[in-house]
Design a protein around this ligand. Structure first.
Ligand code: NAP
Length: 301
């Protein structure tokens, strides 16, 4: 029996573990993939207080080691369900069942796809969802990035130093991404902005060869690219808990800044809850708040 089971070993989950362990609670972290979550793909974090520059991998590894050193147990198993049995929570993974007094869901989000017919089969053969992971494969080649958020503009900036040409395709003419990054991008002479347009077709010959881009007037243009980096947002990974925990229409857990959910003893932390700002610092903040409230809940049982 654990005090707290934390589902997800990203920045939110690992921070929850640090706070819960420091409150002398017995903590199990369940992680479906590898520790670190999305931040692991960030080459250089420049906006975390106290760390002027740190790679996502180094940051996540420091958090992971800190949680383990404080006594958190970490198992690499995918949690697929939660049941409430009296005051206790039963967490079911693909391998086992674990019991705890409280649960923190810190599952983050996964990449949204464009939904084009051959998109899945071209992953690794021209389609990528991670510029810092796969960018080096496209040295001196033409690539495109699709999206208008921070991920897209940062990906385009990163790729501009590797690829011979980068097309940044956005469905509107205004970016959600930070203006300072957009300004940096505008200074690059190998970046072409394509506004008010969607990627509508992937042309392949075993590998991606070109993309068709359709603008808002229906005009179709074919662009030769070896790689297309899809950065069109994230989908919260809450599907497995939807029978128990209330979600909004986009699949985010309905929760306020206190990280509580509709179920007593089940908390949520990080990108998978409704929130205005999804940043590393807000994920770790959630981790702390969820753990503190989970500890209070357990102590009051
Ligand atoms: P995002 O901010 O949700 O942006 C997704 C972008 O993709 C939007 O511009 C959206 O267009 C576009 N889009 C959505 N569906 C599309 C589709 N089917 N076809 C074409 N375009 C589509 O996602 P994100 O950039 O991955 O960022 C996620 C969160 O992480 C954000 O809160 C972001 O600020 C944060 N983040 C922060 C940093 C950092 O602080 N350094 C780095 C990366 C990400 P519309 O604009 O028209 O909706």
């Amino acid at each position: 029996m654990y005090d707290i089971i934390i589902i997800g070993a990203g920045p939110a989950g690992l921070t929850s573990a640090i706070y819960a362990c420091r409150a002398s609670k017995k903590v199990l972290i369940l992680e479906a993939k590898s520790y670190g979550g999305q931040i692991i793909n960030t080459l250089d974090i420049e906006n975390y207080p106290g760390e002027a520059h740190i790679s996502g991998f180094d940051f996540a590894t420091k958090l992971y080691n800190q949680a383990k050193d404080l006594g958190a147990e970490i198992l690499f198993e995918k949690a697929v369900d939660i049941n409430v049995i009296d005051n206790l929570k039963e967490v079911i993974t693909t391998k086992n069942t674990y019991m705890s007094k409280a649960v923190i869901i810190a599952t983050g989000s996964e990449n949204r796809k464009l939904g084009l017919p051959n998109e899945d089969e071209l992953v690794g053969r021209g389609i990528s969802y991670c510029a810092t992971c796969d960018g080096a494969f496209y040295r001196n080649k033409n690539v495109a990035v699709v999206g208008g958020g921070n991920t897209a503009v940062e990906d385009a900036l990163y790729l501009a130093d590797i690829a011979s040409k980068v097309y940044l395709i956005h469905r509107r003419n205004e970016f959600r991404g930070e203006q300072s990054t957009v300004n940096h991008l505008k200074e690059k002479n190998n970046v072409e902005f394509i506004y008010n347009s969607n990627v509508t077709k992937l042309n392949e010959n075993e590998r991606l060869e070109s993309i068709e881009v359709t603008n808002k007037d229906g005009l179709v243009k074919t662009i030769d690219v070896a790689g297309l980096f899809v950065a069109v947002g994230k989908i919260p990974e809450n599907q497995n808990f939807a029978k128990l925990v209330n979600l909004d229409e986009s699949g985010y857990v309905k929760s306020g800044e206190d990280c509580t959910t509709n179920v007593a003893g089940i908390f949520v932390a990080g990108d998978n809850r409704i929130k205005e700002v999804r940043q590393l610092v807000t994920a770790t903040s959630d981790g702390a708040i969820a753990a503190i409230n989970a500890v209070k809940y357990i102590n009051d049982l």
